[in-house]
Design a protein around this ligand. Sequence first.
Ligand SMILES: [Zn+2]
Length: 210
Amino acid sequence: MRSERRPMTCRHCGKEFTARVILQVDYGRPEDREANLTDGSLFAYRCPHCGEEMHFNHYLLWVDEGHTVAVCNITCEEEKKAVDEALSALVAFGKDSRIRRRFVSSPARLCEKAQIFSQGLDDRTVEVIKLYMAEEVRRAHPQKTVTDALFFPDNEDFGILFLCPDGNLSVKVTREQFDAVCSRFAFSEPSPEVVDGAWAIAYLTGGKSC
Ligand SMILES: [Zn+2]
């Protein structure tokens, strides 16, 4: 893992401390696979003075085991330059230069993308499935308000968790359903660097390619 030590100020007691901030997790390196993307610990820091645990949203690049895709959580557009440098370094060490990239803007989305790609799935297909499933959820539960939808792995299959203020709903998706959507759309490379719900709506209404 690539990291740097950064000065921080505790939001609780106001005192300063230094924390190790993880900047890059490369699943192509066995030692990096210990990094837990799902529990939020890569963005969590504990104040040594008062013990308060805090979460900071910061730049973090995740690269999959086969170096086919890189997902970066960024907090501003300028941080995209750091991704170029990081991926150039991987290529310089003999890795594949055709690394797909995705940009996200929250730790939850970084975790979601890493889980999607770790299962060998295509995130474009997942985003299209989310839209279809959301429509079904709205039909079945017209009283519910869906605020967001998140992928979650479920053994060989997966599910979509629909976040609703009055109680979340989850829908299971089989690999057969995924494959059916995948073959219907036949997404190709190069693919966009941002793939989210807005991308899926634009794609389905004919606004974008790939
Ligand atoms: Zn503190």
